[in-house]
Each structure stands twice: as structure tokens, then as C-alpha cells.
Design a protein around this ligand. Structure first.
Ligand code: PEP
Ligand code: MN
Length: 287
């Protein structure tokens, strides 16, 4: 651990030895992140319509996911790209999640929207581009709802944990980290999914960790293998993009799984989960 001593000295509230037990984040609807049961968050990159969202929610729930993802406020590289449906999208997320027995995770981009997003969501997502938006972190720290904090595009583990530290320092202990790949020199994949951080974070922090193999690879065919690897490495769950018609998606179609591909992945995941002492959400309901 010598290599990490300097890093650990910068941490107060997120470091592993700040708590006797690992943090288990409980979402409003009874879903837990960090316990024996994996949190499987699935859904479209963006909420595009009530029909698209509901078809996806029905499919991912049937396949055994327990959290619906989908952006109503989208952080797009171009100002001319689809920016999301805003509060209408939040209403759709809540309605579909309730209809299919799922919790909701959705991104908040702006500190001024934290309250409205927190009214609809069970967990606020702070995206990679906003990992060091300190005003947003401070506001989300007082929201009273759990926060999913994605790793920045080029953030070190120390910077990421210090960003999480902002949330805890502001009073929110319900924080989940999400590895989603970092920028590298190689355009062969969209990002480089850093799975070594999963066991590393288990040493450094008591906070749970999800892995997002969709943004981590940018290629739908690579999502399944990296999802399995993430769970094998000890991830507390996954964030996966699923779209009924990826070719028609308003954003991130190339990395989105079709519902039947997601369902097949869940089938393969059961064996990996069992091998590392975890279980899928549907398996826990059945148990
Ligand atoms: C997303 O989850 O759709 C998203 C925009 O993620 P990230 O912030 O990791 O790019
Ligand atoms: Mn996306």
C-alpha cells in the first residue's frame, strides 16, 4: 500500500478506514448498491419518448435489471446535438420506473436543476464532464438523494475520490462511484475502461463502485465481455445502455445493446456473479 499512502493522506471521509463497514447505498425503492446483490442499471442513453423509454424499461426489468437509467438532461459535445427532454423526460422516467418496479438514476447537469431532478430520481448522476464541477458537487451534497459520481474523462483516482469527498463533506454519505473509461491515445475504443480501479478502490474507499462498459468501450459488441469482467473484478453493479433500436438512437446508438442482447448478457452474468459471491437482483427477489 506504500504507493497509495500519499493519496490516502488527502482523504478524510471517503477513505476505507473512515468507516467500520463498507457503505451500502439504499435507493428510495429498496434497491441497494454495495451489498451482496448487484445493482444493475440499464436503459437508454437519453430519454427520447415515452414509448421508447417504456419499451426499454419493460425489457430491462424482464431481464432482471433493478434500476432504470436514461438522461433527461444530456451533456452533449455539440450544442446542436439533442440536449434531452428536460423535466418531461424526468416525468417519463418516474412513470416507467414505477410501472416496471425499477429505481431511477438520471443525470443532473446544473446546480439549479438538482432539486427538480431529486424530486423524480432515486439517484442523481454526476457525469464525467462534471466530475469537478464543484458547485454542482456541493449542491448535490445537500440534495438528500444518493449520488452516482462518474470518473472524469482524464481524472486520476485521487481527483475522483476528492470529488466524492466534496459530496460527503457537504453532508451526503450516499455516494456510488462509477468507472466509465478514461481518454487515451488509442481511438480503437471510445475510452479505455480501467478495471484495475475496481479492486484498487475496494482497498482505498468504503464507497461502492459501479462499472459502465457502454461508455467505457463505445462499441456494443465489447459491452458484454467487459460487463462480465467488471463483475468478476468485484464491481458492485453495472450501468449499461440499452435501446430498442440502437440505429435510431438520438445518442450513443453504437454502444447500446438491443433488449435481447441485454437479456443474454444477464444470463451470462449469473454464473460470474455466483463465482464471486454476488447475486443478480432477480435472483435475490426469487430467493
Ligand atoms: C451517460 O451516462 O449517458 C453519460 C453521458 O455518461 P458520461 O458522463 O460517463 O459520459
Ligand atoms: Mn450515453
Amino acid at each position: 500500500m506504500d504507493r497509495y499512502d500519499a493519496l490516502l493522506r488527502t482523504l478524510k471521509l471517503t477513505r476505507r478506514d473512515a468507516r467500520a463497514e463498507r457503505t451500502i447505498v439504499r435507493l428510495r425503492s429498496g434497491v441497494t448498491v454495495g451489498g451482496e446483490t448487484l445493482a444493475i442499471c440499464a436503459g437508454p442513453c437519453a430519454v427520447e419518448s415515452a414509448e421508447q423509454l417504456d419499451a426499454t424499461a419493460a425489457a430491462v426489468a424482464a431481464a432482471g435489471a433493478n434500476v432504470l437509467r436514461g438522461g433527461a438532461f444530456k451533456p452533449r459535445t455539440s450544442p446542436y446535438a439533442f440536449q434531452g427532454l428536460g423535466e418531461c423526460g424526468l416525468e417519463m422516467l418516474r412513470a416507467s420506473a414505477d410501472r416496471h418496479g425499477l429505481a431511477v438514476v438520471t443525470e443532473v447537469l446544473d446546480p439549479r436543476d438538482v432539486a427538480v431532478v431529486a424530486r423524480y430520481a432515486d439517484m442523481l448522476q454526476i457525469g464525467a464532464r462534471n466530475m469537478q464541477n464543484f458547485s454542482l458537487l456541493r449542491e448535490a451534497g445537500t440534495a438528500g438523494v444518493p449520488v452516482l459520481l462518474k470518473r472524469g474523462l482524464a481524472a486520476t483516482v485521487e481527483e475522483w475520490l476528492l470529488a466524492a469527498e466534496y459530496l460527503l463533506h457537504a453532508g451526503n454519505e450516499h455516494v456510488v462511484l462509477c468507472e466509465r473509461g478514461v481518454r487515451s491515445f488509442d481511438p480503437a475504443t471510445r475510452n479505455v475502461l480501467d478495471l484495475a480501479v475496481v479492486p484498487l478502490l475496494a482497498e482505498l474507499t468504503h464507497l461502492p463502485v459501479l462499472v459502465d462498459p457502454s461508455h467505457g468501450t463505445g462499441v456494443a459488441r465489447l459491452v458484454g465481455p467487459m460487463a462480465l469482467a467488471a463483475v468478476a473484478a468485484g464491481a458492485d453493479g453495472l450501468l449499461v445502455e440499452v435501446h430498442p433500436e440502437p440505429a435510431q438512437a438520438a445518442s450513443d446508438g453504437p454502444q447500446s445493446l438491443r433488449p435481447q442482447e441485454f437479456s443474454a448478457l444477464m444470463g451470462h452474468l449469473a454464473g460470474i456473479a455466483a463465482a464471486v459471491g454476488r447475486r443478480l437482483p432477480a435472483a435475490s427477489l426469487a430467493a
